[in-house]
Design a protein. Structure first.
Length: 497
């Protein structure tokens, strides 16, 4: 039932199990929430058996390409060695997420005691299948066949592991370890599937689920043990050793909605990948939501929106406008000086589009492309090397939201006629608070400008492409010293706080 609330987000996870809080963000952003909903339709829908059978066939379907030379190229996602394992996951474990299974015996059909929820075991098993299947495809597409298995004293390609990307290849990195050869797996599975894999398994955001890491490095261990214990109890019940009430409490305690979300996301991901490999790609519009670039774009969108909203409040609310005018009379020089810092929203928007070209894409009508993958990869590198600018954008986004909320919550105070000392103090405080609204929004716009300026300078230095659209023809960007821009960001963050 938790997945039905996918469009509302979920906030923080209250689970006591360490590490599961990261899974709470799977429904926080619309692109991933939509994929979770698609997975829910497959896992929890009325046509479960038919959808699972279709997914099994699609995952194992062979795509045969015949070349003029007579050579035949055969591709499929799940290898022969793992097909029985896939069938067990889809038809053995997946039904546990539905709350029960049915089987038949010699006397007819009967309903077995409800199979305990096994989302963690399901996640562990399906993650393993996806990783191994993608490893074989990556090796085949990139002609790195010796990387498909582990060897003594040698690294091999992994699904995540960006921290050691200088030592081994990473399947969901746009480039191979040499830094110049493009990862041909992207063309096979499609850019949206590649973006979803990156978000699920290898993104830097604190919100990112990083499912494989959680599976392989102990985050889910306690949950796995609990589910195995419940499965053992269920088997005893099935053989008449216990009654169903003795296992009911354990099942309820293990009903972790965020694990269900992760299960749905993985099923949706498998569907997306297998459709591309089988030659019948889904027309998905998924784009990254947990990358450095996605976080920065989200912060910028929120900031520009909040600046417009505060400007609108100042111009349309008579009480706030009076407060601003009163402040300008009392502090004319300060207000004038702060006004000189104002950067027009349109100018900021133009800078944003130069820095983040993918921000102009329409998420409803535009599909994430292979070119977008490489453009965003470059942006991620720049932001990694300019983390101070990213933190500044995050600070502005948080403070602008808090300031706008405080104004809206308190502006009714300006309309009351104070009858006591407490009311008089409240009105005076709110009058000053609203009086600085124009200076505040002026400074917010300047802060965004400083952050973007640093990103452009880092782009110039990191990618060493002075002819790119980000810095081309901009004499100031070409001449600015990086240390000066870093100091400007530091001072801006101090002033903002």
């Amino acid at each position: 039932s938790s997945v039905n609330e996918f469009d509302e987000g979920r906030g923080e996870c209250n689970s006591t199990r360490g590490g599961l809080h990261s899974l709470s963000s799977l429904t926080k952003y619309k692109p991933m929430a939509f994929q979770v909903k698609l997975g829910q339709d497959i896992l929890l829908g009325n046509e479960f058996q038919d959808r699972m059978r279709k997914l099994e066939i699609q995952s194992c379907r062979r795509q045969i390409n015949e070349f003029p030379s007579g050579v035949c190229e055969v591709k499929h996602l799940v290898p022969d060695s793992h097909r029985c394992f896939l069938k067990f996951v889809l038809f053995g474990l997946a039904p546990s997420l539905r709350g029960g299974t049915k089987s038949s015996d010699d006397t007819g059909t009967k309903e077995n005691p409800s199979l305990p929820l096994l989302p963690t075991i399901f996640i562990t098993a399906l993650s393993s299948i996806i990783e191994h299947s993608l490893r074989l495809l990556w090796c085949y597409e990139n002609q790195r066949h010796y990387h498909c298995i582990a060897r003594a004293s040698e690294y091999y390609v992994t699904l995540d592991g960006h921290g050691q990307r200088d030592r081994h290849d990473v399947m969901i990195s746009p480039f191979l370890i040499d830094g110049t050869s493009k990862n041909k797996l992207i063309s096979l599975i499609g850019a949206p599937a590649f973006a979803m894999l990156s978000d699920l398994f290898a993104s830097p955001s604190p919100d990112a689920p990083n499912i494989r890491s959680a599976v392989c490095h102990g985050t889910l261990d306690d949950a796995v043990v609990a589910e195995l214990e419940e499965l053992g109890q269920w088997a005893i019940v099935l053989n008449g050793g216990l009654n169903t009430t003795q296992t009911k409490q354990a099942q309820t305690d293990n009903n972790e909605p965020f694990l269900i979300d992760a299960s749905c996301a993985l099923i949706s991901c498998l569907d997306l990948i297998s459709s591309g490999v089988s030659g019948q790609p889904n027309k998905s519009r998924y784009e990254p939501v947990y990358s450095y670039t996605a976080m920065a774009k989200r912060d910028l969108g929120d900031i520009l929106s909040k600046i417009d909203e505060i400007d609108s409040l100042i111009s349309k609310n008579t009480h706030i406008l009076n407060c601003v005018e009163s402040m300008e009379e009392q502090q004319s020089k300060l207000c004038k000086d702060m006004g000189l810092l104002r950067v027009d929203t349109k100018a900021l928007t133009d800078m944003v589009y130069r820095v983040f070209p993918t921000m102009v894409k329409d998420p409803i009508n535009d599909i994430w492309t292979i070119e977008d993958v490489f453009v965003e990869h470059g942006s991620n590198i720049v932001l990694t090397n300019g983390i101070a600018a990213q933190k500044l954008l995050s600070d502005i986004s948080r403070e602008a939201k808090a300031y706008l909320t405080a104004i809206r919550d308190g502006m009714n105070t300006l309309t009351i006629t104070p009858t006591c000392t407490k009311d008089k103090r409240a009105v005076k405080s709110m009058t000053r608070f609203c009086g600085i609204s124009k200076m505040t929004v002026d400074f917010y716009s300047f802060s965004v400008y400083i952050a973007l300026l640093m990103i452009m300078v880092v782009h110039r230095d990191t990618l060493a492409v002075k002819s790119s659209s980000v810095v081309k023809g901009d004499v100031m960007i070409l001449d600015l010293h990086r240390d000066d821009v870093v100091k400007a960001v530091e001072r801006t963050r101090m002033t903002l706080s």
